[in-house]
Design a protein around this ligand. Structure first.
Ligand code: ATP
Length: 233
């Protein structure tokens, strides 16, 4: 198992956002975490990424306990994130942003050239300020920066948020190429269509609990939509 999340609970002060969440990702697998607004998807993402401490439970990566490890240690262990809202360095160029991803020093074959091969528009814009790019292009920079860390697991939070359908299609087509190259991926998505199309397996969170999970091919939109609202078949 590449990633194992065991019985994780997390809180913001007195408010409990996750309850005994279990999740696994095998080598080479793409797993989606779906759920309505406020279901706890980003909270789970942040616990795995080391940005938020779990109150209970454990997170292990490559079989090694990483519970409570800081984000730098998680990145060094091989988990790279495309965070919600992208969080790019606004004073830097496209290329400088991409190079920031390589700072963890993990070896691997993801270089600037390979990222430019995935997103040719970024090569054309490499010397421009990242803020001059469209939202979709900025999302490409965020994915490219994560790939520059040469991760074993790529985690993406709400890739499609705020983007036009045609741009979302391009972004997911690029992600499919990354998967085909053997990358394990965790995608957090509100869009059920997008999540089920992109993933091997999916989990649905409702009010901080896993209410449904299974192979993406076995999950119908109807069953997932009901799970979003707490109805279990
Ligand atoms: P969204 O799609 O809106 O990002 P989500 O499924 O990612 O939703 P979370 O962001 O994980 O949900 O939020 C889970 C719950 O925790 C929500 O009820 C939210 O209001 C609450 N929450 C999230 N962040 C904080 C915070 N910093 N302080 C207090 N409560 C928070």
């Amino acid at each position: 198992m590449l990633l194992e999340v065991k019985s994780v609970s997390a809180s913001y002060g007195a408010f409990q956002a996750l309850f005994d969440v279990d999740l696994t990702i095998a080598q080479g697998e793409t797993v989606a975490v779906m759920g309505a607004n406020g279901a706890g998807k980003s909270t789970l993402f942040n616990v795995i990424a080391g940005g938020l401490a779990a109150r209970n439970g454990a997170v292990s990566f490559h079989g090694k306990d990483q519970t409570g490890a800081p984000p730098e240690a998680i990145t060094a262990a091989g988990v790279a994130c495309v965070p919600e809202g992208r969080r790019l360095f606004s004073s830097l160029t496209v290329e400088e942003n991409l190079l920031m991803g390589a700072h963890c020093g993990r070896p691997g074959d993801w270089t600037l050239d390979k990222v430019f091969g995935l997103f040719p528009i970024l090569e054309e814009r490499r010397r421009q300020a990242v803020t001059s790019l469209s939202g979709g292009q900025q999302q490409m920079v965020s994915i490219g920066r994560a790939m520059m860390a040469n991760p074993d697991l790529l985690m993406c939070d709400e890739l499609s948020l705020g983007l036009a359908p045609v741009v979302i299609k391009d972004i997911y087509a690029a992600l499919a190429k990354v998967r085909e190259a053997g990358m394990s991926t965790l995608i957090v998505e509100q869009s059920v269509t997008q999540a089920l199309a992109a993933a091997d397996r999916a989990y649905c969170l409702t009010e901080g609990r896993v209410v449904l999970q299974g192979a993406a091919a076995d999950l119908s939109h109807e069953v997932v939509a009901d799970a979003y609202f707490g109805k279990v078949h």
